[in-house]
Design a binder for this molecule. Structure first.
Ligand code: NAI
Ligand code: A1CAB
Length: 295
């Protein structure tokens, strides 16, 4: 789409520095109401990312919460708070089910009487399959998504899988929502979802742990705490950017840091002695197995 410089969309694009693609996504979501059943950490990350992207205004988003502090937090972001889960569905076009997997059945049975054919249900619950969601909700217009919390700062990783009655337009709309808060893989087979949960769903926590541990190492080596934490953070950020932007294999990039008989190879020897790679691999598998158990 090429914009005429006099259109309001073009002026808004220039003023807010959003891309043409983001503007097209924004226009496709105009007038849409997005409801969240479950106002927890992941819902908060999605809402923060969406608000930052400008693709949806906070007033187009609604939720209800059973805990006052969560209500206050979402209200402070400009989100509309309604009385209960039933009202969320009645007032929304797309409803994101963002409660713990153990609660999904209860909330779907609760809202089932007010689900209409025009509603699109999106589940982000780990382990709960599309078929199970369809059985509980009596609704086939479903999309399953596995996002992650870096969505809050526009660096999320989300994968999607369509239920049998979801349309191409549903796919594009949900793709635009999650694409506005990071990268999205729109057509991932449902059988990959446990592995995705183990890798990118839970993965930010492994890296937060690594950043904390590297900073602790810096402190142990005599650095001030704030410098150590800033350096650990920037090092992880820079390493991830290098893998992404050079397209090189991480092994090749690792080799370029490790000089013969130098400091890095001495450190890598310690990591290998501690089973670093095996531990990380096992962490991904443990999370994937837990996701499988939940289904
Ligand atoms: N936290 C994360 O990094 C990710 C979470 N997920 C999935 O997102 C879902 C939510 O996870 P979190 O946000 O971490 O959990 P959370 O515990 O922070 O949020 C769940 C929210 O649901 C609310 N809730 C409980 N019962 C309710 C009910 N009957 N009706 C309405 N709300 C109710 C709770 O008050 C809470 O605020 C889970 O299914 C999880 O598997 C998926 C990807 C990443
Ligand atoms: O810990 C959990 O169960 C959720 C799912 C993926 C990340 N957090």
């Amino acid at each position: 789409m090429v914009y005429n410089k006099d259109t309001t969309e073009y002026i808004e694009m220039v003023q807010t520095a959003i891309t043409e693609e983001q503007m097209a996504a924004k226009l496709s979501l105009q007038g849409l109401k997005l409801g969240f059943i479950g106002a927890g950490n992941m819902a908060e990350s999605i809402v923060r990312g969406l608000t930052k992207s400008g693709i949806l205004s906070p007033s187009s988003i609604l939720t209800a919460s059973i805990f006052d502090d969560r209500v206050d937090l979402f209200r402070s972001m400009g989100v509309e708070i309604v009385k209960n889960n039933t009202q969320i569905v009645e007032r929304s076009d797309i409803v994101v089910v963002s409660v713990k997997p153990q609660i999904v059945k209860e909330v779907l049975l609760e809202v089932k009487p007010v689900i209409r054919p025009n509603h699109l249900l999106v589940s982000i619950a780990s382990g709960i399959k599309l078929k199970t969601m369809q059985d509980w909700s009596g609704h086939g217009r479903l999309i399953r998504v596995m996002p992650n919390t870096p969505s809050a700062v526009s660096h999320g990783a989300s994968v999607m899988c369509l239920g049998e009655e979801a349309t191409d337009d549903d796919r594009e709309k949900v793709g635009s929502i999650f694409g506005a808060i990071g990268k999205v893989w729109k057509d991932v087979k449902e059988e990959c979802f446990d592995g995705v949960t183990g890798l990118s769903g839970s993965g930010p926590a492994y890296i937060f742990l690594a950043i904390e541990a590297m900073a602790d190492g810096g402190v142990a080596a005599g650095l001030p705490r704030d410098l150590a934490l800033s350096l650990a953070t920037q090092t992880v950020y820079g390493a991830a950017a290098m893998v992404r932007e050079t397209g090189k294999h991480p092994g090749e990039l690792k080799d370029s840091v490790a000089s013969p008989s130098g400091t890095t190879i001495a450190a890598i020897r310690e990591l290998e002695r501690g089973g670093f790679r095996g531990v990380l691999m096992n962490a991904v598998i443990a999370s994937a197995n837990r996701s499988r158990d939940l289904s």
